[in-house]
Design a binder for this molecule. Structure first.
Ligand code: GLC
Length: 737
């Protein structure tokens, strides 16, 4: 008996089961790296490999024998998606997974207010935590290269600096809940057409100056704990196992210590996945949205095939130890993080946050009185009209549904019609005006012409009796509109909205047009519509935010995070051949290079209809002359730019003061100007504030392809202070020594 006891004691202590003190990996007081090392040393090869791939649609394995929990992941960037079945894309139809739907990230970007991003990350993090998720699959920071991209609504616009500044607080606050951000889709997933294989080719300058900065900020400033590999290829190699973007740039240069998680179905090769930086394989052999696979999870690239290659010495053991270490680190930060709060769901605070972001993100594009002596139509004074006609399918459509993986089961939704009725009571009448096909991303049938005609005629008849018409239109989350898995097929508004707008104007010029979309659209009627509002997908409190702004309780302060070109061919991505967009089905070349968005319109002198950074207010802001603290800047120095800004109107408001920099003497082509700083200031009527920016040599650099480094060349630079990228209120020059 004694011998047996002794053997058990020895055995137990070597297995750490009976050791007196808590095993290191389970001891919260230990440094995380020691815990990772201890856990790794206790694991078998099979257990390490099991960590590296899915065990269900949205979870990956832990180590049951050691009490290391599984990782549970969930979409999406705008709210926590409803529970999905274990092994298919169907919804599990739980009754406790309704959530707060926050505004789409284009709306967050349009606030140009990092405080809103922090509030967003905190609120969505509390909801993800409450729903017991360890990884939230967002935010998306792919750059808006073409107005046709079906997923632009999930991203933060055309400028790398705006996207960088606005994603960092979201990530930081989200992760304070013990929930990992999974920043996506790394990288160059700038369209949905052929997303799973298109091979994106571009210059190093375009890669480093335009498409990578937001991901770099997410990692180095945001501290993101995971990154999602994109579906597409980059220079011939899949983004989910790419030597350049994962091993070299992300893990070596940026020192990323988290996990690379594939997009669902983004893995395509065991050897590449083993050696090129992929850590967790999800959704293999599916299309990432609807179709299933006959493969079991053990057949995944990083499952049995990988184990086999490891055992046969075909890939180094160091690869599995690196992957397992990163996954354990992610688990310790999330699932095994005992310090994390408990989260909350559908709280007053979360609805208030959703509403506030909508209030600050809505962009007033145009608000011009019909006649010189007339009043602008907005804001709408309650007593000004006897009858207000609200028109449009989007006035009643629940736009939190559809759009692909970012779709949500919102507990509460205030539609635009609800919001306007709450504000204007029974003055409001409603006509659908146009019909969109069934919601979601399945492409329903076309709308029969006679249905469209009768809806239009009915709205026109009613418009004759109304003092004011508010048309709530735009795009929606249907396939081939603002929806994952496909791009738009044309730049104009769908469902006959152009004809409807013209017909309404014929009988009633007092037309306020509200566009709910995540993309720019063509506006052939723009001169004749007196008021245009870019309303975004606003989530649960959308109708409330819209009423806040249209009714004037909130003074709009949003600015466009992307340009509205007059016509599609004005856009850089569409100014070349099919190889530039959408590619030839195999390869693609970003021929506009670094000149994306306003960089193109400015440099090619093609005026956009509504430029990047544009957004009006119900008040007016006067800018004083910008002053530089010095005429020259030393290579290791900096200088400040100060500019007084005054609210000259009689309504409090917020203004986004934008600072762009142009390199006037450079050995390489550079855009006319690039956004390098911005500040949102709140000003009471008559109040003046002086805004101060600090400019450093980092703001002057471009990526030097020969030197493979960021370089600022000595010479003249020009600072543009603007209320948009084209509404320049002052400039000042300085020289870099
Ligand atoms: C989808 C999307 C990705 C999403 C994932 C899980 O295909 O591309 O954004 O997070 O798969 O739904």
């Amino acid at each position: 008996m004694k011998k047996l006891f002794l053997v058990t004691l020895l055995l137990g202590s070597s297995m750490g089961i009976l050791s007196a003190q808590t095993p290191v990996y389970l001891d919260d007081a230990q440094p995380i790296e020691k815990r990772v090392e201890d856990a790794l040393n206790r694991m078998t090869l099979e257990e390490k490999v099991a960590l590296c791939h899915a065990q269900s649609k949205f979870s990956s394995a832990g180590v049951p024998r050691l009490g290391i929990p599984e990782l549970w992941m969930s979409d999406g960037p705008h709210g926590v998606r409803a529970e999905i079945n274990w092994n298919d894309w169907g919804y599990a139809n739980w009754t406790n997974d309704s959530i707060t739907a926050f505004p789409a990230l284009t709306c967050l970007a349009a606030t140009w207010n990092p405080e809103m991003a922090a509030k967003y990350g905190k609120a969505i993090g509390e909801e993800a935590r409450y729903r017991k998720k360890d990884v939230l699959l967002g935010p998306g920071v792919n750059i808006y290269r073409t107005p046709l991209n079906g997923r632009n609504f999930e991203y933060m616009g055309e400028d790398p600096y705006l996207s960088s500044v606005m994603c960092v607080p979201y990530i930081q606050e989200l992760q304070k809940n013990g929930v990992a951000a999974c920043v996506k889709h790394y990288a160059l997933n700038n369209q949905e057409q052929w997303r799973d294989h298109i091979d994106v080719n571009l210059s190093d300058r375009a890669l480093y100056e335009i498409y990578l900065p937001a991901f770099k900020a997410a990692v180095q400033q945001g501290g993101a704990w995971s990154i999602m590999g994109a579906y597409n290829k980059i220079r011939g190699q899949h983004a989910c196992h790419n030597e350049l973007t994962l091993n070299k740039i992300l893990k070596e240069d940026w020192k990323f210590d988290g996990c690379v998680i594939t997009d669902w179905g983004g893995a395509h090769d065991t050897y590449e996945a083993a050696v090129n930086g992929m850590d967790i394989e999800m959704g293999s052999y599916t299309n990432g949205l609807t179709s299933e696979s006959q493969f079991t999870y053990d057949d995944y690239y990083l499952a049995r095939p990988y184990l086999q290659m490891l055992k046969e010495g075909k890939v180094p053991m160091s690869t599995i130890d690196d992957k397992a270490s990163r996954i354990l680190r992610l688990i310790f930060r999330t699932a095994m993080n005992r310090q994390k709060p408990y989260g909350s769901l559908c709280t007053v605070e979360h609805y208030a946050t959703a509403r506030e972001i909508g209030d600050e993100g809505i962009v007033l594009l145009k608000n011009r009185p019909l006649s010189r002596k007339g009043e602008p139509l907005l804001p709408i004074a309650a007593d000004r009209y006897r009858q207000i006609l609200v028109v449009g399918d989007n006035a009643v459509r629940v736009l939190t549904q559809g759009g692909g993986s970012s779709e949500l089961k919102a507990k509460e939704t205030v539609t635009p019609l609800d919001g306007l009725r709450a504000l204007y009571g029974n003055k409001v009448r409603y006509a659908r005006g146009y019909a969109a096909d069934a919601p979601m991303y399945g492409q329903a049938g076309k709308i029969p012409q006679q249905v469209a005609d009768s809806l239009r005629d009915e709205a026109v008849e009613m418009a004759k009796q109304a003092g004011l018409v508010i048309l709530v239109g735009g795009l929606n989350k249907n396939y081939l509109q603002d929806c994952e898995g496909g791009d738009r097929v044309d730049y104009g508004l769908p469902y006959g909205q152009d004809e409807l707008i013209e017909a309404l104007l014929e009988v009633n010029p007092n037309l306020v047009l509200v566009l709910l979309s995540g993309n720019a659209v063509e506006m052939p009627w723009v001169e004749r519509v007196p008021a245009i509002v870019q309303g975004w997908y606003l989530g649960s409190m959308g109708g409330q935010s819209l009423a806040d702004v249209l009714g004037g309780t909130v003074n709009p302060s949003g600015k466009l995070p992307f340009s509205f070109p007059v016509r599609l061919t004005d856009c850089g991505a569409h100014a070349f051949d099919a190889l530039s967009y959408p590619g030839d089905g195999v390869r693609q070349e970003y021929k506009e290079d670094i000149l994306v968005g306003y960089r193109w319109y400015d440099t090619r002198k093609i005026p956009a209809l509504f430029p990047f950074g544009h957004g009006l207010s119900y008040t007016t802001f006067a800018y004083g002359k910008p002053v530089a603290s010095a005429r020259t800047m030393a290579a290791d120095g900096s200088l400040t730019i100060t500019v007084p800004v005054k609210n000259e109107g009689n309504m409090a408001g917020k203004e986004v003061v934008q600072l762009y920099i142009g390199d006037e003497e450079c050995s390489v082509l550079r855009p006319l100007k690039e956004l390098k700083h911005f500040a949102k200031v709140a000003l009471a009527p008559g109040e003046e504030q002086t805004v101060t920016f600090t400019v450093t040599p980092d703001d002057l650099k471009f990526y030097d392809e020969a030197a493979k480094a960021w370089v600022a060349e000595p010479g003249k630079f020009k600072v543009y202070i603007g209320a948009s990228s084209t509404d320049i209120r002052g400039t000042v020059r300085f020289e870099l020594k």
